[in-house]
Each structure stands twice: as structure tokens, then as C-alpha cells.
Design a protein around this ligand. Structure first.
Ligand code: NAD
Length: 497
């Protein structure tokens, strides 16, 4: 089955066709048992874009078998790394060729503004694939000589079949962040996109075919978390699971591993990142970075800097400038294909309600709204950029991940006190520090309990730098060379000479 969308907007015109079934063993198939019909909804107006087919545990099982067969016969160590790299480069070229269509699908499904998605995100997506294509023939072990009668060496072998499950906030980027290193290291994959945002992954499945990725190497099984997701996590023949999503679901994945085959687990989970502004900053720059840190992608980023701590001497000026930024962004709110649109909707009614309930809880716990705090427009799931002041550390808005365009601005006096406040969270994904004092920047970077520290910026995601969380924000690392270790296991071979 297919779905065709005609785009006739001022920023993009075109026609895109997406297949809506399951992609298993290089073919489009229907779920074996009828499966679930999943409505894909346009977040700008709540209307159904299309209905796709979701699978069940039996489809996962068929996909795992296809992935195992491909691993043993046409991928893994059967294929030289250079060949895997060549195929990945071809895939990267196809992503580049279809960048406009991919950006349009992503904008349609997620509500992300089309122009920045096309200009920036697509460039990074292609970069990810090329980066790991380059690594495919450079995954080496070591020779370790112990004495003249003994030799040992290590091999970094792929796990085999990897299960990959992703969320809805950046589906295209999350898809390639999983698929590229998994394939570069020789694994095969059973991949589940979010039920809310499957369109780009479905489009990509056809590109993988065109790139001559052998059948069964990548299998896309759409479906709901508790059916398809949990079938992948529990499957005894899945060797490794790589999950991006909420901390709550991350716990379930870990439990499923423990209850099935102790498959390796990598988790990229939620966050409650602090942004710390010292009084020596260039204020305009600090305001811009702090705002990008929380409002990018409508606050739906795992590193969202939702707790903004500002040193007392610049607090008033910062608050004024930051509020003005939020006001400008509110004026640039609109559907993704509208010229000048920079702020779109939340992904779904559920997320919209969730974010609005955080706003209510902030108010009822005594924090004050400086700007925003309400829906934007009459239809769809738009929420105005929202700024709280007078928030206390114990409040829900200061402790829990909101995953929306909502932040709290808090005044601090000393470096010591802000370190303590910033670290007062169960999360540890990212922390942002803005200061012109380099010694202080380094002290802060070392004192903050997070896997990623941004100094004088807030959202850069260089592909060759590792990414992942401390505390309950995750286990293991994606991106950079570290992702190669995530998808390989080390075998030590001891030889008596
Ligand atoms: P979620 O945990 O609800 O869902 C993520 C994925 O897991 C979806 O595909 C879902 O279908 C699946 N799933 C749900 N229940 C499952 C189960 N029982 N077993 C297996 N799979 C199941 O998260 P979400 O709402 O889609 O995404 C938002 C969350 O993702 C936020 O917490 C955000 O911080 C996090 N996130 C983290 C990163 C990172 O790199 N650390 C990046 C993006 C998003």
C-alpha cells in the first residue's frame, strides 16, 4: 500500500509517495496477523495524513530471522568493511539527492519548520552516514604481546542482530544515527520508528534498497511500543538493543533484556538540562544560545535547557532580552511550510496536554509566567514559548522533563551554589555554561554531572563527538568513535607460539 502527498506551498512544491507497510527482508509486506492500523496525524491541525500498517510480535520474529540470515550470508564479516562503507556512501548520496523530500516529510509529520530542516538538519543527516561509511573499514583490534611464547590479539566483532527503537522528536536524524553505525560495524537491524512519526523511516527503507543494502540487513517494523517495541526488546535472538526515548520506557527495555537473553543495552534517554549564564557574558549571545537551547524544535529536544540560571548582576537585563526573544518567536509561530515560520506545533494532542499540564502545575505551585503559558491559534497543537520566573527547586517544572517550549529562569549568586542547583536532578544528559572566563568554564565543565557540556553554545551536535547521558539520562554512547564500541564486542584470542 502507498500514500501520496502533493505539496503545493510557497516554500516547497512536489509529490512524494511513501509505502505504508512493513519492510522486511528487502520487501514491502503486510503484517501477518492483520496488525494495527496506525493513524499518522498532522500536528498543525489534528487531521489524519494517512494510515499505516503496524505489525505485531510475529512480524518482529520474521524480521529477526531475516536479519540473522542477512548477518550470516550477506553482511557482517562476510562483507569487507570497505564494501559496507561503499554501500553506506551510496545511501548518503541518495539521502542528499532526496533531501528536499525528506525535509518535507519530516516537516509534515513532525511540524518542524521546513526551511531550517532542509538547510541544516538534512546536511547533518547526510554527514552522519558519510562519517560512519568512513569508519566501516577502520574497526580494528590490537595485537598484544605478553612474552615471546605467547601472542594475543583482539577482534571487534559485530553483535549480530541489533534492535533499534526511536522516538518521534527527530525521526530522520534518529533513524540515521542508529542505522549508519549499526551497518558500518557489520550488524543487521530490526528497526522500529515511533508510531507517531514513521514517514521518513518508510521513505528511507526504499533508499536503502536503491543503495543496494542487501535484503534483511535493515528491516523496518512499524508499530506501537507495547506490541512491536516490547517484542523487539524481549526477543531472544536480538543480540543488542539500542533505544532512544523516555527514561520510563528505558527502564522497561532494560528489564526486558534482563528477562530475556541479557542482550546488550544502549539507552539515550530524557533530560532536564541546566543553562548557566554568568555575569561576564556577551548578553545578546547568551540570550540567543539560551533561547535556542530550550525553544529549538518546540522544546522537543532531549538536551532542552529548561532550567536557566542567571547570575544576579545580569538577571534583569537577561530576563528582558530573553522575554523579547520569546515574543519574537511567538510572532514567528506557524505551520512548517509557511514562509518565515520558526516555531511549530507540539507533536500530538497527548504531548500538547502534557505540556499544558506542566504549565498549570507551575502556576499552581507558585511560579509566575513572564510570557506565553497558553496555546497559540485555534487549531493544532501549538504552544507559545513560555517563560516562568520565581520557580523553586522542588517544583515539578524544575524537576521533570517537560519536552515542550517551557523554561524557568532563576537568579543565582555564586558558582558553588549554581553547581549544586544544576546537579540537583536525577537526569544528566547535557549542561550549558555561558561565560567569557575560560578557567571558570573549565571548572564548571568538570563539576557538572552530565555526559555533554556545551560552553558558550547550547545545541551543537558534532557527529564525531560522543553523545550520551549520565545518571538516569542513559547508558552508553552514540555518535563519534564511541558508537563503534556500542555496536561491537571485543573477542580476545590467546595463542601459544
Ligand atoms: P517513549 O519512551 O514514549 O517512546 C520511544 C519509543 O519507544 C517509541 O518508538 C515507542 O513506540 C517505544 N516504546 C514505548 N513503549 C515501549 C515498550 N514498552 N517497549 C519497547 N518500546 C516501547 O518516548 P517518546 O515520547 O517517543 O520520546 C520522547 C523522549 O525521548 C523524551 O524523554 C526525550 O528526552 C527522549 N529522547 C532522548 C534522546 C537522547 O539522545 N538522549 C533523543 C531524543 C529523544
Amino acid at each position: 500500500k502507498t500514500y501520496t502527498q502533493n505539496f503545493n506551498t510557497t516554500v516547497y512544491q512536489g509529490t512524494i509517495t511513501v509505502k505504508t507497510g512493513l519492510f522486511i527482508d528487502g520487501r514491502w509486506v503486510d503484517p501477518v496477523k492483520g496488525g494495527d492500523s496506525i493513524d499518522v496525524v498532522d500536528p498543525t491541525n489534528g487531521r489524519i495524513i494517512t494510515t499505516i500498517q503496524g505489525g505485531g510480535p510475529q512480524d518482529v520474529d520474521i524480521a529477526v530471522k531475516a536479519a540473522r540470515k542477512a548477518f550470516k550470508t550477506s553482511w557482517g564479516l562476510k562483507v569487507p568493511g570497505s564494501e559496507r562503507g561503499r554501500i553506506l556512501n551510496k545511501f548518503g548520496d541518495l539521502l542528499e539527492k532526496h533531501a528536499e523530500e525528506l525535509a518535507a516529510l519530516e516537516a509534515l509529520n513532525v511540524g518542524k519548520p521546513f526551511i531550517p530542516t532542509k538547510l541544516f538538519e538534512l546536511r547533518s543527516v547526510v554527514q552522519v552516514v558519510r562519517y560512519y561509511a568512513g569508519w566501516a573499514d577502520k574497526v580494528h583490534g590490537k595485537t598484544i604481546e605478553t612474552n615471546e611464547k605467547k601472542l594475543a590479539y583482539t577482534r571487534h566483532e559485530p553483535y549480530g542482530v541489533v534492535g533499534a527503537i526511536i522516538p518521534w522528536n527527530a525521526p530522520l536524524m534518529s533513524t540515521v544515527l542508529k542505522i549508519a553505525p549499526v551497518l558500518a560495524t557489520g550488524n543487521t537491524v530490526v528497526f522500529k520508528p515511533s508510531e507517531l512519526t514513521p514517514l521518513t523511516a518508510l521513505f528511507i527503507a526504499d533508499l536503502l534498497n536503491d543503495a543496494e543494502v542487501p535484503p534483511g540487513v535493515v528491516n523496518v517494523v512499524n508499530g506501537y511500543g507495547p506490541t512491536v517495541g516490547s517484542a523487539i526488546a524481549l526477543h531472544p535472538n536480538v543480540d543488542k538493543i539500542t533505544f532512544t526515548g523516555s527514561t520510563l520506557t528505558g527502564r522497561k527495555i532494560l528489564k526486558a533484556s534482563a528477562e530475556s537473553n541479557l542482550k546488550g543495552v544502549t539507552l539515550e534517554l530524557g533530560g532536564k538540562s541546566p543553562t548557566i549564564i554568568f555575569d561576564d557574558v556577551v548578553l545578546d549571545q547568551a540570550i540567543k544560545w539560551a533561547a535556542l537551547g530550550i525553544f529549538s524544535n518546540m522544546g522537543q529536544i532531549c538536551t532542552a535547557g529548561s532550567r536557566i540560571y542567571v547570575q544576579e548582576a545580569v538577571y534583569d537585563k537577561f530576563l528582558k532580552g530573553f522575554t523579547a526573544y520569546a515574543e519574537d518567536l511567538t510572532k514567528a509561530t506557524g505551520p512548517p511550510f509557511e514562509q518565515g515560520s520558526r516555531h511549530g506545533p507540539q507533536i500530538s494532542k497527548i504531548q500538547f496536554d502534557r505540556v499544558m499540564s506542566f504549565i498549570s502545575s507551575g502556576k499552581s505551585e507558585g511560579a509566575k509566567i513572564r510570557i506565553g503559558g497558553e496555546r497559540y491559534g485555534e487549531e493544532g497543537y501549538f504552544i507559545k514559548p513560555t517563560v516562568f520566573v520565581d520557580a523553586k527547586p522542588s517544583m515539578k517544572i524544575m524537576q521533570e522533563e517537560i519536552f515542550g517550549p517551557v523554561c524557568s529562569i532563576v537568579k543565582f549568586k555564586t558558582e558553588e551554589e549554581v553547581i549544586e542547583w544544576a546537579n540537583n536532578t536525577t537526569y544528566g544528559l547535557a549542561a550549558n555554561v555561558l561565560t567569557e572566563n575560560s578557567a571558570r568554564a573549565i571548572r564548571m565543565a568538570h563539576a557538572l554531572e552530565a555526559g555533554v557540556i556545551y560552553v558558550n553554545n547550547t545545541i551543537s551536535g558534532e557527529i564525531n563527538v560522543p553523545f550520551g547521558g549520565y545518571k538516569q539520562s542513559g547508558m552508553g554512547r552514540e555518535m563519534g568513535e564511541e558508537a563503534l564500541a556500542t555496536y561491537t564486542q571485543v573477542k580476545a584470542v590467546h595463542i601459544n607460539i
